[in-house]
Write a protein of this length. Structure first.
Length: 234
């Protein structure tokens, strides 16, 4: 069975759009006819970007840990496209390897900035537009954010916080804006292939993107405040 969605005339904002998952989400929404406002601190034309310029895509380079940059970027998107229907909070990173007593405070601050603050600021400034369109937010938490673990406790804490903030947004906007998050485990990305031995059990970013697409669709119109596993066998 193949599920198809039509997001023609709707605008999706994707943060972290130049990375492996972000670029997959952009591609998935473009396939539905959506206009995509892709945002990233990385230049789309740089060697670090996995995203290619294409029809239906508008790119906004901005640091989403900076509130003034987020506010002006969301306003520019509204000025350019007239609306925001979906916010996909993809921006994030991983660091680990040290026990708490050996973890530098700079790592703590960086992880909370990139994984949680970007999600908070993007949601804060997109919500007034999403309330107008009765839209949806889908953010990226993590399977490891469901429990503590050795060596990457700060990362796990940021992803647990994404889940809690998602539930909070859902409660505060009940009946108006739906907010959900997905819980990946190990994704099949170039970075993970460099760090670990590849496995057939890893989930492809495009598969996660499809679930995020579903959560934005009318097919999930009774789903809000959910944390959806997307780790398959990984």
């Amino acid at each position: 069975m193949t599920a198809t969605f039509d997001f023609t005339d709707q605008v999706a904002v994707v943060t972290g759009s130049c990375g492996a998952l972000g670029s997959a989400v952009v591609e998935t929404f473009l396939e539905t006819g959506a206009t995509v406002a892709a945002c990233d601190i990385v230049d789309i034309n740089s060697d670090d970007s996995l995203l290619e310029p294409q029809a239906g895509l508008s790119f906004y380079q901005a640091d989403f840990t900076d509130e003034s940059a987020v506010e002006s970027t969301i306003q520019q998107i509204v000025d350019d496209h007239g609306r925001v229907d979906f916010l996909l909070n993809i921006a994030g990173t991983w660091r680990g390897g040290d026990p708490i007593e050996e973890t530098d405070v700079g790592v703590f601050e960086m992880l909370f900035d990139v994984n949680l603050k970007t999600m908070f600021l993007a949601s804060k400034h997109a919500l007034p537009e999403l309330q107008e369109t009765e839209g949806a937010i889908v953010s990226v938490s993590a399977r490891s954010g469901l429990e503590g673990g050795e060596g990457d406790g700060i990362y796990r804490s940021t992803k647990a916080s994404v889940k809690i903030l998602t539930e909070t947004i859902a409660k505060e906007n009940l009946g108006t804006v739906r907010a959900n998050c997905v819980l990946p485990s190990v994704l099949d990305t170039p970075m993970n292939r460099e760090m670990m031995s590849p496995s057939d059990e890893w989930v492809k970013p495009s598969q996660v993107a499809r679930v995020m697409q579903f959560l934005c669709s009318d097919a999930a119109d009774v789903t809000s405040g959910a944390a959806v596993p997307v780790y398959g066998e990984a």
